[in-house]
Design a binder for this molecule. Sequence first.
Ligand SMILES: Nc1ncnc2c1ncn2[C@@H]1O[C@H](COP(=O)(O)OP(=O)(O)O)[C@@H](O)[C@H]1O
Ligand SMILES: [Mg+2]
Length: 183
Amino acid sequence: MIIALTGTPGTGKTSASKVLEENNFEVVDLNKIAIEKGFSIGTDRNRNSKIIDIERLNNYIKESYSKKDIVFIEGHLSHLLESVDKTIVLRCHPSELRKRLSHKGWKKEKVNENVEAEMLDIILCETVNIHPEKNIFEIDTTGESAKDVARLVMEITKNGFRHMKKYNIGSIDWSEEILKDFK
Ligand SMILES: Nc1ncnc2c1ncn2[C@@H]1O[C@H](COP(=O)(O)OP(=O)(O)O)[C@@H](O)[C@H]1O
Ligand SMILES: [Mg+2]
């Protein structure tokens, strides 16, 4: 079973993944694979980021991992892969996300772009467009440590991906944060 661990940059995918690995789960770094295997088809100069051939990346992931018992695919593009069976979307309150990304030393425009994307549920919307709702789970990482987040991911996994109310999509809503800008 292939599980996508996705979310806006800064929501803590890589940090939680390290804890998952410490707990003997296999985690694949999707950005690393995309570059190493040559699935990059150019550079988005405005964003200074690579453009990835998602279809080829998807085929590679399917061929390499679909027979595995459980493997996590970590990265902000992982939900775009049709071959993933389940998707876990990490979320973070915009003001905490702003702090986390600023701490990383990111430029203001890049911080703003990602905080905006989180406020607008961009990754969740993309996920819902590709995968059935029953396969999508959301975790609010605000105020949680990476260890806590990994524990919640493991809870969902151990529970056989049965739905629990606290992980149902749609209950996380940052729209108040958008409205603040208009007050
Ligand atoms: N649960 C968390 N609580 C607070 N800070 C976190 C948490 N997870 C990650 N961070 C911090 O936020 C930043 C981004 O985390 P990272 O795991 O790299 O996110 P991502 O891989 O989703 O971009 C890092 O500086 C990290 O130390
Ligand atoms: Mg990361």
